[in-house]
Write a protein that binds this ligand. Structure first.
Ligand code: BGC
Length: 751
């Protein structure tokens, strides 16, 4: 395989030298002749064997011809614990502890392409050490619903931010010789009924919002594989969606790699074969023997099988197989990857509010840390991807270590959540009850916490959700703070108003009650292996906070678009919560066939996207609804001064420049954001849209000239009547600032 790689490199150099530089996707095809020679030697059975799972996390190669199996790893925020061949139960390995990287929304809060690249390299490197070829990630769906179960895995509500980070993650990972499998393609924005829901949306919204992150990672980043989502889009399952897989992905974007269905997300032989799926994960009931039978009857051709095998082999050839005696001989988690996880965590933390409580003052000698989220580990829990982390520094550990000997740090849980891993709930608990966490405050726990607060110089309250509440497989019922946290924080504030709240969650929460009872608020995320260390550095002022929200914190759930328009939950109430249904005692007892029948008998759920492209801040700004905290918001310990904006529109891009000065007394990073507002437009546009951003590091007192470029093609819209991208000429207001609601300098250009 090493020879193969050298051959690919040499071939691409030669082609470039001849003036024909290959696109990232076309680089996958340089080996096609050799691949065809291999296919010619394969039996039909050997070829079809490559189109479905071999084990829960692999698909077959052809040993006889020296073609290695393809090994997959979840993804997206750490190499998942080694599972048994037939499922996710632990294989009991001892060297499979990996680095737990901050989860998706935390990475996105860094607004840093450089860090997303490093994150990708960390994932790619550790995947190789475990013998994995393909990472099931990055997960790049748009955060449409504040309650979304997978908001924490996904990046942002904004397509430009999501796309930039998806691209860098892809490049970083693939530069380490590990393929990405970018997921979930597409419009997988809810967990409720995810296996059957039909997401119904117009083409402009699909193109401008929901496909953008995939488009950039595939065209510019050369993403080698793609995971079609569980849901349907406009009537067809994603794993057999002609429009998504054949017309757009392969046709328009020139994708040359292979697609892998989400686990259990293949639905038919003919649909999958004809409409763009390569590999059924898991099982072979559709892309195994039935393919051979369909060729025998003439319903399918062997040429189609060859084409699918060719697409898989392109990736197999590009990714050197790790010999089995090399894989798993060293611990997966590497110090250099732990350092990346720490840097991402440090730059992800968002200071939402600060009336001067932070950073912690030198005269604070007694700190009361209140709230179970200060000690709960977040590497796994709930359903789905998680990491068996080599280590995880909790917030309390990080604070204790940083505070040192002269400062007394006491702790009280204040509330108790019930966090459990996927599977039957803890003894005597109904699974639904165990996940809801909506019990009122416990008076004894509140009294204990208040006593500590009274006796302290500073109270650090840890609120937020946990991994049972925000989880794959189901959406939250609401965004309320669970377990009586509101009542608790009010009591703490009354006892000691020198209080800062740290929110530990992957998605937004309703802060209407907490906000007036909290002079400072920090969004601390699920922040990886070094999360507690990074948090302590920010709280104590060793570094200035520099994260910015990748999504809107609505004041209340009903303000957000899909809720305001009654699009979610499904107004027809169809389907129910499949995750919970699967744990109903009578359903647990069913045979697989009976269970499938039961699922098929449920009403067919629909999700109408009538809010169209008014997702997140696009909705709030256009409708003039004030959120609790706006998209892009994040404070620092210093002030930044923005100079006058100079903007100029050339043929291919709009370029702007301005000076940015750190007016404070410590080094700090600012994320500058460029939004566009259309003046006198004929086409319908949201009030403003993010078009460029940059993270800038400045020493105390330093200033820099910043230039931002918006390629003209990023200013286009999807013209439904022409079924093509189109540019509306006219005036643009260029708005540059520190958040979507904090614009500091503006200019006008005409395009
Ligand atoms: C998830 C995927 C994941 C796969 C394998 C599915 O339930 O939706 O994101 O990669 O399982 O673990």
């Amino acid at each position: 395989m090493r020879k193969t790689l050298l051959f690919i490199a040499a071939a691409s150099l030669l082609l470039q030298a001849c003036g024909r530089s290959l696109s990232p996707q076309d680089r996958l095809t340089v080996h096609d002749k050799e691949i065809d020679a291999l296919i010619a030697q394969m039996t039909l059975e050997e070829k079809v064997n490559m189109l479905h799972s071999k084990t829960n996390m692999s698909s077959a190669g052809v040993e006889r011809l020296g073609i290695a199996d393809m090994n997959y790893a979840d993804g997206p925020f750490g190499i998942r614990e080694e599972g048994q061949p037939n499922g996710f139960m632990s294989a009991g390995w001892t060297l499979d502890s990996a680095t737990y990287f901050p989860t998706g929304s935390a990475l996105a809060a860094t607004w840093s392409e450089e860090l997303a690249y490093k994150y990708g390299t960390g994932m790619g490197k550790e995947a190789r050490l475990r013998g994995k070829d393909v990472i099931l990630g990055p997960a790049v769906n748009i955060q449409r619903l504040p309650v979304g179960g997978r908001t924490y895995e996904y990046l942002s509500e904004d397509p430009v931010l999501s796309a930039a980070l998806a691209l860098s993650y892809t490049e970083g990972c693939q530069d380490q010789g590990t393929a990405v499998c970018i997921k979930h393609f597409a419009v997988n924005n809810q967990e409720t009924n995810r296996g059957s829901v039909d997401a119904q949306l117009d083409e402009r919204t699909l193109r401008e919002i929901y496909l953008k992150p995939f488009e950039r990672a595939i065209i510019e980043g050369g993403a080698m594989s793609v995971m079609p989502a569980y849901n349907k889009v406009n009537g067809d399952y994603c794993s057999e969606n002609e429009h998504l897989l054949n017309e757009i992905l392969r046709g328009e974007w020139g994708f040359k790699g292979f697609t892998v269905s989400d686990w259990g997300g293949t639905h038919s032989t003919m649909g999958a074969m004809l409409h763009g799926l390569n590999v059924q994960m898991t099982g072979s009931n559709y892309l195994g023997q039935p393919v051979i039978d369909s060729i025998a009857t003439g319903a399918l051709t062997e040429d189609l099988v060859d084409e699918k095998v060719r697409q898989i082999l392109r990736v197999r050839m590009a990714i050197e197989a790790v010999p089995s005696d090399v894989a798993n001989t060293v611990m997966t988690s590497r110090p250099e990857c732990q350092a990346i996880a720490k840097e991402v965590a440090e730059k992800s933390i968002v200071l939402l509010k600060n009336d001067g409580v932070l950073p912690i003052k030198a005269d604070v000698k007694k700190i009361a840390v209140i709230g179970q989220n200060a000690v709960l580990k977040t590497q796994s829990g709930g359903m789905g991807a998680g990491v068996k982390a080599l280590y995880e520094i909790t917030p309390l550990e990080g604070i204790r270590k940083r505070a040192g000997e002269g400062v007394e740090v006491s702790y009280a849980p204040g509330y108790k959540t019930i966090a459990f891993r996927w599977g039957p709930a803890p003894a005597n608990l109904d699974p639904l009850e165990a996940r809801s966490n909506d019990e009122p405050a416990d008076p004894a726990l509140v009294a204990e916490a208040v006593a500590l607060a009274k006796d302290a110089d500073l109270v650090l309250f840890f609120g937020g959700t946990n991994k049972s509440i925000e989880t794959e497989g189901s959406d939250r019922k609401n965004i309320d703070l669970p377990c009586g946290q509101n009542e608790l924080v009010k009591a703490l504030y009354a006892a000691n108003p020198n209080l800062a709240t740290v929110l530990i969650s992957g998605g937004p929460t309703d802060l209407q009650i907490l906000e007036p009872a909290s002079p400072a608020i920090v969004q601390g995320w699920w922040n990886g292996t070094e999360g507690g260390t990074a948090l302590a550095e920010v709280l104590f002022g060793d570094i200035a906070p520099s994260g910015k929200l990748p999504f809107t914190f609505p004041r209340k759930l009903e303000d957000s678009p899909a809720f305001a328009l009654g699009n979610f939950p499904d107004p027809n109430g169809a389907g129910g919560d499949l995750f919970s249904l699967m744990f109903r005692p009578d359903v647990i007892k069913m045979s697989p066939e009976e269970r499938q029948k039961f699922i098929d008998s449920l009403p067919k759920p629909v999700s109408k996207y009538t809010e169209r492209f008014y997702v997140g801040y696009r909705w709030f700004d256009t409708r003039e609804i004030t959120p609790m905290y706006a998209f892009g918001h994040g404070l620092s310990y210093v002030n930044f001064a923005y100079g006058e904006l100079k903007a100029q529109a050339a043929k291919d891009a709009v370029k702007v420049s301005f000076t940015l000065k750190n007016e404070g007394t410590m080094p700090a990073d600012e994320v500058v954001q460029l939004y566009v507002h259309r003046v006198d437009a004929k086409v319908e546009w949201p009030e403003k849209e993010l078009k460029a951003f940059q993270r800038v590091s400045l020493n105390a007192g330093e200033s820099k000239t910043i230039t931002l470029t918006v390629p003209m093609k990023e200013l286009r819209y999807w013209n439904e009547s022409k079924h093509a991208w189109d540019l509306e000429h006219g005036k643009l207001n260029i708005l540059v600032g520190s958040a979507s609601n904090d614009i500091r300098t503006t200019a006008e250009v005409t395009i």
